[in-house]
Design a protein around this ligand. Sequence first.
Ligand code: FUC
Length: 352
Amino acid sequence: MIEQTNFGSMPDGSQVTQFCLTNRLGVSVEILDLGGIIRRWLIPNHKQNHTDIVLGYDTVDEYLADDSYLGALVGRYANRIKHGKFSLAGKDYQTDINQGGNCLHGGGQGFNSKVWQCTVLSNSDNPSIMLELTSPDSDQGFPGQISVKVIYTLTEQNRLKIEYFATTDQTTLYNPTNHSYFNLAGHSSGSVANQQIQLLASHYTPTDENAIPTGEISVVDNTPFDFRTPTTINVPLASKHQQIEYANGLDHNLCLDAYTADLKSASYVGKAVAKQSGIELEVYTNMPGIQIFTANHFSNKKGKEDSLYQAHQGVCFETQFYPDTPNQPNFPSATLEAGKDFYSVTEYQVSF
Ligand code: FUC
């Protein structure tokens, strides 16, 4: 079932609509046509009435002022491009610079800040919506007009499937993700430090102090980035490793072992578990990397229902091409050529 409600309006007066997808087991996911934002994700778990497992805001204005991308679809390029510079098909490009001298999440007016065209695809079992957006040539400095589509489907087995499609009229870059901050004990329950994560990743991409990859692909053995067996998040957070100190927590790309260049369907890559609520989240994707980010600089950030979000109150599983790929020839390529169809898929399976 899908219920549509008015969520408010954009500065130009256009309406923002919220689509609430509910399955027969009573799980519901509320998604805005603004930025394809996942605003609430309610789990009818037995320990509490409903647990809302994602961080978010209550108003359009808070989302527009947000620089943390709570719940949003990110594009054209998830994470950073060093100095916003790259060369593609023999030409040099300069994108918008919006964070610390680099391009973050597609520039200052990225896909998260746009109202997408939304169509309901299924209003009964496995509720599903399709969001569409056209980004013109040179938008935020990226080449080519790109037409993108995202399909969100909530299955009757409590799996949220996110499928990304795109085509372009010129060679360009495309690296979409969803930037949900999960807190499986509830969005207002405090730090995720005592929750656990697992990631099937034997390598990660170390960064400099500005979160730009050095270009190395390093083994995770004997580092705080070895999550191959379930690990309490506090273990890496408490580490004195230089990479953790640079970021004030986890803000790193893990290289997923399941990835192969021709992988079309989503493979299991990891999970998060909160013993307090009994909720577990499994992550499946066909993308090569995942940015694990623990909301490291949140401090009294006003969130939904008057919550105040603090550092480490959520954890993001941003499936993606590696950060700064266009400047690192040894990373899997994020180039999309004219006439080629882009497809990627990420699935979040909730158990409770
Ligand atoms: C993640 C991080 C960044 C940034 C952003 C809001 O993707 O990699 O450092 O803070 O989210």
